[in-house]
Design a protein around this ligand. Sequence first.
Ligand code: ADP
Ligand code: MG
Length: 239
Amino acid sequence: MSGGEVLLRAEGVGKRFGGFVALQGIDLELRAGERLGLIGPNGSGKSTFVNCLSGDFAAHDGRVTLAGQPLAGLKPHRRARLGLARTFQLPQPFASLSVLENVRVPLLFGGEAAAATPRALECLEEVELAGKAARLPRELTQVEQRRLELARAIALRPRLLIADEAMAGLSHAEVDQILALLLRLNAAGTAVIMIEHIMRAVTEFSERLLVFVAGRKIAEGAPRAVLALPEVEDAYLGR
Ligand code: ADP
Ligand code: MG
């Protein structure tokens, strides 16, 4: 579901760690409601790019706007309030808080304390975890932990959800659960950036695919066309 207007615009985003250039010259224009896939070998800068968008890292170079508003200097919770949500490759729940309390946290920080409990329950319904609201995160299965991570991300009704390897380590059927969930969120209007190694899922999901190699964007376009490019095949075969 893509609308017309540009939701996220990144221009020349770059990030260094000491002398190591992890990301360089990344441009991206994402439309409201778009489904974008981001692929690339391990270490190609996908998570670093997400961290620069979310404010978890300060980018060294470039400019990012969300619905026209510059994000530079805004902390992650400020960006979340503006509608940008992300999940972490390794789920990061608060271990000592219940499943429900974990989803209440972003609502408390996001200025929606009054409605935190009903909204958190609604999110748990959305990811089919309402029956486990009182459990601790460690009592959940792996796919349930992924769904909790998504429930926490969608609590503030983001305009953009970035899912960083939300399907890693899951079975075929579990991948389909997460895929269906992301498609449902997208159908309700949320733009989604899916970072994924599971080609079947990312190809089926994405309207457009970006490919990162060694911190640069090397290809962009319709999934099947992009995957057929020799330079993309080379990147994956390590040639
Ligand atoms: P991907 O998500 O595509 O697998 P990352 O963005 O995690 O790749 O990493 C890109 C590169 O940046 C890797 O070489 C990684 O080791 C490096 N890197 C990522 N985060 C840090 C960090 N916090 N400190 C130092 N190097 C980092
Ligand atoms: Mg990563």
